[in-house]
Write a protein that binds this ligand. Structure first.
Ligand SMILES: *[C@@H]1O[C@H](CO)[C@@H](O)[C@H](O)[C@H]1NC(C)=O
Ligand SMILES: [Zn+2]
Ligand SMILES: [Zn+2]
Length: 443
C-alpha cells in the first residue's frame, strides 16, 4: 500500500470489533461452492503449493524492482503461468501481465496483485534479504504476487467448475506511479465486471481478514509550491519582499481548510511536510519551497483547488508570487478506495464460510492510499486486508525497513482469492447471467 503510515486507529477499532464481532448475515451459500473453498485452503497448504509460493516470494524478495522496472518479476510470473498452463497478455503497462483462466467468455472477474518494491534499505538480516542496495519489498507485494500465482494454480486445477473467466492482474508501479491507472488505460478491465484485491497487514491476526463497505482508504495527492519574493539584507526588510513570512502565513492558513471548511465528521488531512528556504542568518531568501500531502474521502478536487487558492492568495497578501504544482515529481493523485457494498457482502460471507465467521472483522477507514482505487473507481471493486500477525507480534508495519511477510499467510491469500472468484462467478450464474458471444479474442 502506498503511503500507509498510521494504522493505529484501525488497530484499536479492529481489536474492539474483533472481540465483539457478531455476524448478522447467516445466509451463507452451502453445498459445492463451500466444499471447493475448503479444498482450496487444504490444497494451498500442501507442500506442492505452499513451498512453491514461498520459493517464488523469496526469489522476488531477493530482487526487488521499482515501479515500471519489474522486468524480472514479470518474467518470473510469466514463466510460472506457462508451467501451470495459464494464458496471458503481456506487456500491459510496461511490465504488467494479465492471465485468464476459465471458459474465455463472460462473466469476467478480476483478481489483482501489485509487483513493485520501495526505495528503502532492508534492515532484516536473513537468508533471502534483498540483494539490491537501497531497494526492498517492504509492502508485501512480493507475497501478493506469490499468492495470486497460488490462486492461479488452484483455479487452473479446477477450471472446469468456473462459470466464466477469472482475470489475473499483475500490475506494476503501485507505489505512487499510477500503475493501476495505466493498466486500465491499456484495457486491463475490458469486459471485467468486478475486481478483488488483497493486501497483507500486521494489524490483523494470521488467517483472518478485514474490510469494510464503502470508503476504506483515503484519496491521496501531493503538492509543492514555490513562493517567490525578493531577497536582501535581513536588517533592511523594507527593501525586500520576504517569502519566509508569506510561506509561514501559507502553512498556517492551510490548516483552516480542515479545521474550518470541512465537516468535522468527514475526515481530511492537509499536512505541510517540507519547508525549504534560506541558509544564512542575515539574508532574506528570494524564495521558499513548501510541500506536503492531502488526504480525503470526499470532495478531493475541491480540496486541491482550495489548497492552490490559499497558497497563491496568501502569497499575494504578502506581495509574493506562488506557483503550485499538484503533481510534483510526476506523482499521480489516488482516488479514495471505495468498496462496493454487494461485493463486500459476498466477500464477508465467503470468508466466514472459508475461515469461520470469527475470522472476518470490519475494518475502520484509514488515511493511507492504494492505487487499487483506480480499479474500484472504474468498476465495482473490493479491497481487503489479510492478517499475518501471530503470537510473536514481531511483524512490522508496511514501509518499515524491518518489514517481513509472514509466509504462513500465503495459503490463506491464495485460497481467499480463488474462492472469491469461484463464488462471484457462481453467484452470477445463479442470477441467470446472459452470456454475450464473441469474447474469445480476449484470450
Ligand atoms: C510577481 O509576478 C508579477 C507578474 O509577473 C511581477 O511583476 C512581480 O514582480 C512578481 N513579484 C515578485 C515578488 O516576484
Ligand atoms: Zn502495498
Ligand atoms: Zn506500500
Amino acid at each position: 500500500m502506498a503511503m500507509l503510515n498510521n494504522l493505529l486507529l484501525f488497530t484499536l477499532t479492529f481489536q474492539l470489533l474483533f472481540s465483539l464481532h457478531v455476524s448478522l448475515e447467516s445466509s451463507h451459500t452451502t453445498g459445492d461452492a463451500s466444499q471447493f473453498r475448503k479444498k482450496f485452503l487444504e490444497l494451498a497448504k500442501t507442500p506442492e503449493v505452499f513451498d512453491w509460493m514461498v520459493r517464488i516470494r523469496r526469489k522476488i524478495h531477493e530482487n526487488p524492482e521499482l515501479g515500471y522496472q519489474e522486468f524480472e518479476t514479470s518474467k518470473l510470473i510469466r514463466s510460472e503461468l506457462d508451467i501451470i498452463g495459464v494464458k496471458y497478455r503481456y506487456p500491459v503497462a510496461v511490465t504488467g501481465v494479465i492471465g485468464y483462466i476459465g471458459i474465455g467468455e463472460p462473466p469476467f472477474v478480476a483478481l489483482r496483485a501489485d509487483m513493485d518494491a520501495l526505495t528503502m534499505q532492508e534492515g532484516v538480516e536473513w537468508e533471502h534479504k534483498s540483494k539490491i542496495a537501497g531497494k526492498m519489498h517492504a509492502c508485501g507485494h512480493d507475497g501478493h504476487v506469490a499468492m495470486l500465482l497460488g490462486a492461479a494454480k488452484l483455479l487452473q486445477q479446477h477450471r472446469h467448475v468456473l462459470q466464466g473467466t477469472v482475470v489475473l492482474i499483475f500490475q506494476p508501479a503501485e507505489e505512487g506511479l499510477g500503475g493501476a491507472k495505466k493498466m486500465i488505460e491499456e484495457g486491463a478491465l475490458k469486459h471485467v465486471e468486478a475486481i478483488f484485491g488483497i493486501h497483507f497487514t500486521n494489524r490483523v491476526p494470521l488467517g483472518k481478514a478485514a474490510s469494510r463497505p464503502g470508503s476504506m482508504l483515503a484519496g491521496t495527492s501531493f503538492f509543492e509550491a514555490v513562493i517567490t519574493g525578493k531577497g536582501g539584507h535581513a536588517a533592511i526588510p523594507q527593501h525586500t519582499v520576504d517569502p519566509v513570512i508569506a510561506a509561514s502565513s501559507v502553512v498556517l492558513n492551510l490548516q483552516h481548510l480542515v479545521s474550518r471548511e470541512t465537516d468535522p465528521l468527514d475526515s481530511k488531512v492537509v499536512t505541510v511536510s517540507k519547508v525549504n528556504g534560506g541558509n544564512a542568518f542575515n539574508v532574506i531568501p528570494d524564495s521558499v519551497t513548501i510541500g506536503g500531502t492531502l488526504r480525503a474521502f470526499t470532495s478531493f478536487s475541491q480540496l486541491e483547488q482550495r489548497v492552490k487558492e490559499v497558497i497563491t492568495n496568501q502569497a499575494t497578501v504578502h506581495r509574493c508570487n506562488a506557483s503550485v504544482n499538484l503533481r510534483p515529481n510526476g506523482k499521480e493523485p489516488l482516488p479514495p478506495t471505495v468498496n462496493d457494498v454487494g461485493l463486500y457482502k459476498q466477500f464477508k460471507n465467503m470468508v466466514g464460510d472459508l475461515l469461520g465467521e470469527e475470522s472476518f472483522a470490519e475494518a475502520s477507514p484509514i488515511m493511507g492510499g492504494e492505487d487499487f482505487s483506480y480499479f474500484a473507481e472504474a468498476i465495482p471493486g473490493h479491497f481487503a486486508f489479510l492478517g499475518m500477525q501471530d503470537e510473536t507480534k514481531s511483524y512490522a508495519s508496511a514501509h518499515s525497513s524491518l518489514y517481513r511477510v509472514n509466509e504462513d499467510a500465503l495459503p490463506y491469500g491464495a485460497a481467499v482469492h480463488a474462492s472469491m472468484a469461484v463464488q462471484y462467478l457462481k453467484d452470477k450464474a445463479s442470477q441467470g447471467y446472459d452470456t454475450p458471444k464473441g469474447f474469445h479474442d480476449e484470450l
